[in-house]
Structures are given as C-alpha cells and as structure tokens.
Ligand binder design. Structure first.
Ligand code: ADP
Ligand code: ZN
Length: 194
C-alpha cells in the first residue's frame, strides 16, 4: 500500500536564552537579518518594558539594531502577525505574560518560524517565566553564555549590583553584570542569606 504523506508544514519555535550580555539579542538579530536577506517576510516584536535604547528597534549591548514593533502583551502580538509573515522574532520574552508560549504555538501551527530571545533566570537565579514553559515546547534551543567579569569563566548568571526586590529593574551597565555560578552572589542583590 502506498504511504500517503501529508504536505510538509514549515512552522516551529526556536528559543535563544541565557544571562544578560550573553549575546541573545545579537543572535536574534543575526537570524532575522539572514531571513530578510533571503527575502522572507519578517515581523519583529518586543514588550514596552524594554525601552532603554529605542522604542522602535531591538538594540544589542554591542549596538547591533533592527527595527521592531512594540506590543503590550501576547494577545496584541498575535493580532499583529500578518497572514503572509513567514518569520516572527520576539525579544525580551521574559517580560511577556504567561500566554506567550500558547501564542508562539498558534503561530508555529500557522506555519511561521517563531524565534524568541529572553532571559532564562532572574536576578536571584530563579527560572524566569514564561521562558521555562517556552523552552519545554520549543523545537530548537540555543543557550548563550557571557564571560564572567570577575574570573573569566563562562557566565550563566545575571548579577544585580544594587539591592532591590523588584523582579523587573530595567537597566544594564552599572546595574547588572555577567557572572559564573561561583562568582554569582544573590546577597549583593538584597537576597536573604540562607
Ligand atoms: P543579551 O541580549 O544576551 O543581553 P546582547 O546581544 O545585547 O546580549 O550583547 C552581547 C554583547 O555584550 C557582547 O557581544 C559584548 O559586546 C557585550 N558584553 C558586555 N559585557 C559582556 C560580558 N561580560 N560577556 C560577554 N559580552 C559582553
Ligand atoms: Zn566567575
């Protein structure tokens, strides 16, 4: 009996995750630029909380940039993705709501290549929702590492340099630095000694 194959579908989810300064935005921009060079229809989104450098661009710490659209939540993101769009890029995934994984699933099911960059841990080293849920459903995961500014080892942590219990405290140089597991010190960020 002949095997009846379904038409291939093209949708899937890629996640780029790691600490601050690990090159997530650079890698996201690199992938999106390559898609644009290949004349694929690309749409790029970010949440409003990250307006440190620009409201209408994704900007890396090394000043690579690409135009983006700001959406306030994952529902608004879904509403803004056009039918002809082939690639959807999303930066700062950790600042989206809990529906982001479901929204990415919907887009991938509609045949879109969805690429999400975001922090995997917060300033205390706790998994940063909704990134863990997104990692669970993604087809491809890239973990990026920075360089520990204290010892030079691969850095998996974002060290907050000021004491604050706010999970979201937006800023970069002077507020945060990359550190390895040995040099990471949550107490410096105001965590209770355990
Ligand atoms: P992320 O999106 O993960 O925060 P970016 O892509 O915005 O990272 O920035 C990565 C760039 O940050 C590097 O190419 C480098 O120029 C710069 N950088 C600053 N501090 C560090 C560090 N400790 N380790 C690695 N890169 C760093
Ligand atoms: Zn270190």
């Amino acid at each position: 009996m002949d095997v009846v194959r379904k038409e291939p579908h093209h949708g899937w989810i890629e996640v780029i995750t790691g600490s601050m300064f690990s090159g997530k935005s650079e890698e996201l921009i690199r992938r999106l630029r390559r898609a644009q060079i290949a004349r694929q229809k690309v749409q790029i989104f970010k949440p409003p909380v990250d307006d440190r450098f620009s409201e209408d661009h994704i900007v890396s710490h090394s000043d690579m940039r690409i135009p983006s659209q700001t959406v306030k939540n994952s529902d608004e993101l879904l509403e803004n993705v056009g039918d002809e769009t082939e690639v959807v890029g999303i930066d700062e995934g950790q600042f989206f709501d809990a529906n982001l994984p479901a929204a990415c699933n919907r887009l991938a099911d509609r045949g879109k290549r969805v690429i999400v960059a975001g922090l995997d841990q917060d300033y205390l080293g706790r998994p940063f929702e909704p990134m863990p849920q997104l990692l669970a459903i993604a087809e491809y995961i890239t973990k990026t590492l920075a360089i520990c500014v204290v010892c030079g080892d691969p850095a998996n942590h974002t060290q907050r340099l000021v004491a604050s219990s706010d999970r979201v405290l937006v800023g970069a140089t002077g507020l945060y630095e990359a550190r390895c597991r040995h040099c990471f010190d949550p107490e410096l960020a105001g965590a209770e000694k355990v």
